[in-house]
Structures are given as C-alpha cells and as structure tokens.
Design a protein around this ligand. Structure first.
Ligand SMILES: [Zn+2]
Length: 147
C-alpha cells in the first residue's frame, strides 16, 4: 500500500525550477541542482551547508563548499530560504520563510519545525531607541528525558 504522503508525480527538476522562478532567481544548472535537494521532494527541509555539500558530492554534482554557501545565501537574499542560527558552529537553512518556531534535537543535532497552531509572538520587549526588531528566532532545545 502506498504511503499517503508518497507522491509518484513529484518531479524534483520541475519543483526546483518553479521555486527559483517564483523569486526570479536565474535558474543556472548548479542552482537548479542545489534547489532539487532543497525542495525537490515537495517537503520542507532544514539543512546545513555542509550537509547539502555532502549530498551534492554523493549525487555527483561538482560544486565547492564555497559555491554551496554562495548559492544558499543567494536563495536567502531572494526570500526563498530562512537562516536559523543554532550556535556559533551551526547554521541551518529552512525552506519555510514564514515565522515559525524550531526544535533543536541536542542528541541528534537535527533541526525540525515545532508544530503549533495559531503561532503568535506577543509582548516582545521594546526595541531600543533608534532600532527596530527585524526578526525573532525561537529555537526550543530538546534533550532525551531521563527515565
Ligand atoms: Zn523551519
């Protein structure tokens, strides 16, 4: 029996091209390939540049880590991805660009969306004079419960 989320009609190349075109990002061969790893299965993804680089190399896409970084930053600037900084050594890229909280799983180093209905951020502190709040990141750190 087919998993209800399985969709045999998903075309990674088509999804990647549509995703790039909605932000008017020029679909170079490398960008399309990288976009296929990000949105090619039609699901949201959280990934680090290093993880994406490893996927590219495993998939025989000849890119440097610097190119992967540049491409991810280009996608962020275009509004296609959001950056989630977990700590000084760990930055994820999320394919969801609306405000949403994240779970960081300390045991596995994974980042996932924290599902919540009607998510709202209320009663934020006043921004200091001459500044404004540009973004609020919520990362909820999870560890295994000790039984
Ligand atoms: Zn996310």
């Amino acid at each position: 029996m087919l998993n209800k989320f399985e969709n045999k009609n998903v075309d990674p190349n088509k999804l990647a091209n549509q995703w790039l075109s909605k932000a008017s990002v020029k679909p170079t061969k490398q960008r399309v390939k990288i976009a296929e790893y990000l949105v090619g299965n039609g699901k949201h993804k959280h990934i680090t540049a290093e993880q994406l680089f490893d996927l590219c190399r495993a998939g025989d896409i000849n890119v440097s880590l610097a190119t992967v970084y540049n491409t991810l930053h280009c996608f962020c600037s275009a509004g296609l991805l959001s950056e989630v900084i977990v700590d000084a050594n760990r930055k994820f890229f999320c394919t969801r660009v609306d405000d949403h909280p994240h779970f960081f799983w300390e045991d596995t180093g994974e980042l996932t969306d924290a599902k919540i209905d009607n998510f709202q951020i209320k009663n934020l502190p006043q921004a200091p004079k001459g500044s404004k709040i540009s973004k609020v990141d919520i990362i909820i750190r999870l560890s295994k419960e000790i039984e």
